[in-house]
Design a protein around this ligand. Structure first.
Ligand code: CDP
Length: 207
């Protein structure tokens, strides 16, 4: 079974993807980490403005060495969204995502363009949303928990900026696939959101 989960920053899609993968015993790819890894390398080398260099970095990416702990910072999220708007970067990361999705037995992938571009043939597609305020609150707590100094206002501004950039870009913008089910997690806790996601996936995959 192939499950595609998309949605904006801090909507809860990553948590749901991980939980669904455990439930169905499927491999899981957080595709945001790929863009974060490219963004992080561009930042370290001072190459964020260099389109050609960012595409070279994406082509040479070692996907065995993706460390969520070091890649989930606010600065790297911002850099990821900058490089993710570049068609050459997206093209460089396309095939490895499709290969991951093609594993025997299926997989769970989460990101921005899984249901639309990477796996249009997915058995179940979820589009996970929540209001910007609730997403900012979740991201703020997450960053605080990691010891990153920040304010709620700064996180909300970052979320709004990232939404605009991810939705407004020409190349694979964040957009709901026509056959995706919307899951609004604004008023849902993790367990409730997981129960709703599981029910949707079971209904779609069982058809
Ligand atoms: O954790 P969060 O939702 O904030 O972000 P992420 O999923 O780690 O993705 C970081 C950035 O990578 C996003 O803001 C997108 O610009 C980009 N991205 C993308 O363009 N396509 C994907 N499939 C996944 C991430």
């Amino acid at each position: 079974m192939l499950i595609a989960i998309d949605g904006p920053a801090a909507s809860g899609k990553g948590t749901l993807a991980r939980r669904l993968a455990v439930h169905f015993r499927l491999p899981h790819l957080d595709t945001g980490l790929l863009y974060r890894a490219v963004g992080a390398q561009c930042l370290v080398r001072g190459l964020l403005a260099d389109e050609t260099a960012s595409a070279d970095i994406a082509r040479a990416l070692n996907t065995d060495a993706l460390n969520p702990d070091t890649l989930r910072t606010a600065d790297i999220g911002e850099a990821a969204s900058v490089v993710a708007a570049r068609p050459a970067v997206r093209a460089a990361l396309l095939e490895l995502q499709r290969q991951f999705a093609a594993q025997t037995g299926g997989a769970v992938l989460d990101g921005r363009d899984i249901g639309t571009v990477i796996c249009p043939q997915a058995d179940a597609k979820l589009f996970v949303t929540a209001t910007p305020e609730v997403r900012a609150q979740r991201r703020f707590r997450e960053l605080e928990g990691r010891g990153e100094a920040t304010s709620f206002g700064a996180v909300l501004e970052d979320i709004r900026k990232r939404d605009a950039r991810d939705s407004g870009r020409a190349s694979a913008p964040l957009v709901q696939a026509a056959d995706a089910v919307t899951l609004d997690t604004t008023a849902l806790g993790i367990e409730e959101a997981f129960a709703a996601a599981l029910a949707q996936v079971q209904a779609r995959a069982g058809r």
